[in-house]
Ligand binder design. Sequence first.
Ligand SMILES: *Cc1c(COP(=O)(O)O)cnc(C)c1O
Length: 470
Amino acid sequence: MKKEDFKKYGYQLIDWVADYLEEAEKYPVKSTVRPGEIKDQLPVSPPSQPEGMDNILKDFNHIILPGMTHWQHPGWFAYFPSNNSPASILGELLSAGLGTQGMIWETSPSATELEEVVMDWLRQMIGLPEDFAGVIQDTASTATLCALLAAREKATDFATNEAGFPRILRIYASQEAHSSVEKNVKIAGYGRKNLVHIATDDEYAMIPGELEKAIRTDLKAGFKPAAIVATVGTTSSGAVDPLKAIGELASEHKIWLHIDAAYAGTAAILPEKRWALEGVEYADSLVFNPHKWMLTNFDCSAFFIRHPEILTRTFEIHPEYLKTGVDTEVKNFRDWGIQLGRRFRSLKLWFVLRSYGVEGIRKIIRKHIHLAEIFRDELAKDKRFEILAPVYFSLVCFRLNDGRPEEELNVFNRELLQAINSTGKVFMTHTTLKGKFAIRLVVGQRTTEERHVRLALEIIRTKTEEILKQ
Ligand SMILES: *Cc1c(COP(=O)(O)O)cnc(C)c1O
């Protein structure tokens, strides 16, 4: 592509993205294509000759766009958000333009040192103790895997890296822990049956007494407890495991404590939500995702670790071709995670933190929480609806409950969710809470306003009436 063309299309695409961010609302939130519909429109073989940008962009508009589900739509209430912002997009653009690969300090000193600095800013923002060091991972799943690998080596005095598992190691997480914990237990070689699911209380938080029982039973059986994964803001309902009580057990038995705060960690930048991380001083590691709720384009996951030397000893490799003269003076992030090559992700984070300032981000997070509370309060006024879990952050779990048997309620609410989403105006997802089908509404999209939440309420009521009439 000629430089002039690059500029022409570049400006054109910036215009497109700028409009998109304001007008995402004109699309149905959730793509309506059927499986295979996109593939059917694409050639099976790659083009042998160059094609012009006009053609490529035409196909983007006609083929790709209809197959998009719009995460930046203000009616996005599904899963958890993955929001972005103009500042983040510009940072991402520069990172792509520089095309740097920051595996070691020498391959771009700025990539390493900016990451150190912005990660320490984040550490301060969520109130972590000073001895936590940060590194950006692609996702929370990967960060938790890193934690479990480091815990594995710590528990076996680095013997597992050398010769495989010398004994059975056990991992503890609540029944409500994210599926990535189970996946990582498999990947890290612990074996799925060595993941002990701890029961939760009425508010879906881990019961420390049950954890204690499980640890004692395992010790008696000759197993070695290796790590506890506590969740702050569970995926199903936003529950908060009691870190202090869990931390005391971890510390008593010298078990690695990892905190998964993928979604809710962002809320800890608000003084009034700091309580959620009370007890964090016991933690060995913590992850939260700026790519969920902190206006930073996917992917960008913030992983903090108290003893980075355990992490680097777990991962380090010293091939001749990666040795440099400054290795003793700098951080080489290749030893802080699984991948060798690393994207320059701190650039977009830096852009976000500077262009909003901490206060600017706080304002948006507070607004989201406030909107979720409005939703909960308004919905609860209608006695046919039931709020199924406490709303600590911006996630509300609810269902219609008009007194019919549980089985029928589950069928009804599933149908209701489908009807809500078929409007294309809003998108919500579901979970089950103690066997009950629950609809989840999460506020976290940057452009979501009160009117979008009110529209969601109106849609819920209308669709409920429609189904009840059938
Ligand atoms: C979303 C989520 C994850 C997974 O996040 P990824 O960054 O997509 O891996 C893990 N844990 C919790 C509690 C989550 O909500």
